[in-house]
Design a protein around this ligand. Structure first.
Ligand SMILES: [Zn+2]
Length: 349
C-alpha cells in the first residue's frame, strides 16, 4: 500500500467509517489510524483529550480515483456462507517466495471479569489487537457481576479490540426453534450495544454452525461472519504448554491462521503469552521477505490480505489436500499435527 493510500485509509478510519462495530468509536478509529500510519513509516497523529484527530481533506490535486474504498472493512462474504467463511479464515494464499505468515487472534465466550483483564494485559504487552466474541447474557441486568462485566467490556473496546456477537446463551443455533434463533442473535446484539454503545457487526455462531435460514437472517442484518482456522481445545485443557504446543504446530503446518482461544480460561492466557512470545521470536523480516516468519495482525488486515491473495480452492477440503501434500513433501519424516487432522467443522449451510 502506498503512503498516500495508507494515510487516506487511516483518515477514513479516523473519520469513523469503521464497520467492524456498529457505530464508530473515536479511540478505536484513532488506534487503527495510528497503526496504519505507523506501518507506513509516518508520524502518528496526536490525539488531544481522547478525541479523534481532525480529519483533513485530501491535498489539492489528489486524484479521487486513487483513494481507497471509503469502507475499510473488507466485505468478503456478503452471503454469510459458512463454507466461504471457513475458507476465508485460512487466510491469504502464499505465493512462491512469500515467507510472510499472518496470524490473528480471536477470543470467545467472554467477557469474564476474572480472566478477561489478564488477556488484555498480555495483548497490550505484545501490542496485539484482537477480536472478542461475547455472550450477551453476561452483560445483562443490574447484578454486581453484570455491572462489573460491562465495565470489563468497555475496557476491551477502549484497548482498541474488535467486538462480535457470540449469541445470548451460547446455544447451538441449528437445533433451536426459529424464534429462539432470532432472540439469541438480536438480544445479544442489544446487550452488547447497551454495554459499549455500539451494535456489534461481527458474528460467530457457537460451534461454528449455521443453517441456511439463519445465514439469510444474518445477511439481512449486514453482519460479517467470522470463523477460525486454528484451535487447540482450550476449553477442555488446563495445560497452557500443551495448548501452546498444539497452536504453534498448527500455525507452522497451515502457514498462519485465525487463532481461537477462550478468555474464560487461565490456561488459555498462559498459552497466549507463550504463543505471542514465540511469534515475536519468529517474526517475518521484510528485509528477507522469502524467509518464513510470522506477522501478528488485526482481523481487518488479515482479511484484507486474504482479499488481495485469495485461496485458489473451492473449499477447505481442497485446501487441506494441497496443504498436506506440501507438508509431506517438505517433511517426509514428520507427521502433520494431529490436532489439524482431527479437526472436523461442519459446513451446515
Ligand atoms: Zn463459544
Amino acid at each position: 500500500m502506498s503512503r498516500l493510500s495508507t494515510l487516506a485509509l487511516a483518515l477514513s478510519l479516523a473519520a469513523g467509517s469503521w464497520v467492524g462495530l456498529g457505530k464508530p468509536d473515536a479511540a478505536q478509529a484513532h488506534t487503527m489510524a495510528k497503526a496504519l500510519v505507523a506501518r507506513a513509516g509516518m508520524a502518528a497523529i496526536p490525539l488531544p483529550g481522547g478525541l479523534a484527530p481532525p480529519v483533513e481533506p485530501p491535498a489539492p490535486g489528489v486524484d479521487p480515483s486513487l483513494l481507497p474504498d471509503p469502507t475499510p472493512w473488507p466485505r468478503l462474504n456478503p452471503a454469510v456462507s459458512t463454507r466461504r467463511a471457513w475458507l476465508l479464515a485460512e487466510g491469504p494464499h502464499h505465493a512462491a517466495g512469500d515467507g510472510r505468515r499472518l496470524v490473528t487472534f480471536t477470543f470467545d465466550d467472554g467477557p469474564f471479569p476474572e480472566t478477561t483483564p489478564v488477556f488484555l494485559k498480555v495483548l497490550a504487552r505484545h501490542e496485539v489487537k484482537a477480536a472478542f466474541f461475547w455472550i450477551g447474557h453476561y452483560l445483562e441486568g443490574e447484578a454486581d457481576r453484570a455491572v462489573k462485566t460491562r465495565e470489563i467490556a468497555r475496557q476491551v473496546v477502549a484497548a482498541g479490540h474488535l467486538v462480535g456477537n457470540h449469541t445470548h446463551d451460547h446455544m447451538r443455533l441449528t437445533i433451536l426453534p426459529r424464534a429462539d434463533v432470532l432472540e439469541q442473535i438480536d438480544r445479544s446484539g442489544l446487550a452488547i450495544e447497551n454495554a459499549i454503545g455500539k451494535r456489534p457487526m461481527l458474528f460467530r455462531p457457537p460451534f461454528g454452525q449455521l443453517d441456511a435460514w439463519t445465514s439469510e437472517r444474518l445477511q439481512e442484518r449486514g453482519v460479517e461472519l467470522v470463523l477460525w482456522s486454528v484451535e487447540a481445545g482450550d476449553m477442555k485443557s488446563d495445560d497452557g504448554q500443551q495448548i501452546f504446543d498444539s497452536l504453534r504446530e498448527q500455525l507452522e503446518y497451515a502457514g498462519g491462521g485465525i487463532v481461537l482461544l477462550h478468555d474464560v480460561r487461565w490456561a488459555s492466557a498462559d498459552a497466549l503469552e507463550k504463543l505471542l512470545s514465540w511469534l515475536d521470536h519468529h517474526r517475518w523480516d521484510p528485509a528477507r521477505p522469502d524467509v518464513t516468519g510470522y506477522q501478528v495482525t488485526d482481523l481487518v488486515q488479515y482479511l484484507r490480505a486474504t482479499a488481495a491473495s485469495p485461496q485458489p480452492f473451492d473449499d477447505r477440503g481442497e485446501l487441506e489436500q494441497a496443504r498436506s501434500a506440501a507438508w509431506r513433501k517438505q517433511h517426509p519424516s514428520r507427521a502433520a499435527p494431529p490436532a489439524v487432522l482431527a479437526t472436523t467443522r461442519a459446513e451446515v449451510d
